[in-house]
Design a protein around this ligand. Sequence first.
Ligand SMILES: Cc1cc2nc3c(=O)[nH]c(=O)nc-3n(C[C@H](O)[C@H](O)[C@H](O)COP(=O)(O)O)c2cc1C
Length: 209
Amino acid sequence: MSKPKVLIAFYSRNSSTEILANAIAQGAIEEGAEVRLRRTREFVGDEIMSQVPGWRENAQAMNQKYEAPSEADAEWADAIVFGTPTRFGSISSELKAYIDGLGGLWFQGKLNGKVGSVFGSTSSLHGGNESTLLSIYTPMAHLGLIIVPLGYADPAMFKAGTPYGATHVSARDSLRPDDDHLAVARFQGRRVTSVTRGLLHAKIPSAAA
Ligand SMILES: Cc1cc2nc3c(=O)[nH]c(=O)nc-3n(C[C@H](O)[C@H](O)[C@H](O)COP(=O)(O)O)c2cc1C
């Protein structure tokens, strides 16, 4: 049996979501996955990106590190984990543009039965982490993904994160994810990988056949 293939497709401008993405990758690799880490590209114009010091530079640095996610990455993957900073309580346009670009694979039924999971970051405690993650459950259902939440299935869940996926509160980008939040993210990587492996063994029709 080959390794479960996990695509982590995220957007991040100030690195909180990027750091969670790397911890999820670490957990997935620990559990035996082959991982592709991808950062979606800018959707707003340069006049917006230059309004906040550091945004353009951060984006350039991350774009050197990570390829943009492609349609081929989604087809390759047995599991897709989406990550986004909250934008007005919901998904970022940068990640949504990638999801919307998966319409061709959706039309061919090629995403049916793959695993899907989500994670994200807000600035404030009640700024919309849960609503953002849940808003991505909707397109995941349309795509035919088998959604894997975290529940309280690991001791890490009693200290940080949400049952819907790993999260972080950056307090206006002044805080990085701490050990408790990283433990949740690593658990997400392990859980997505083990569920994916189980589905591959179960040979569910078009589960990453
Ligand atoms: C246009 C815009 C809208 C945002 N909306 C929210 C919001 O609704 N709630 C919130 O807590 N933070 C909001 N934020 C802040 C980011 O979600 C937050 O800084 C996040 O930690 C950034 O993640 P990153 O470091 O991965 O870029 C917004 C930021 C921008 C630029």
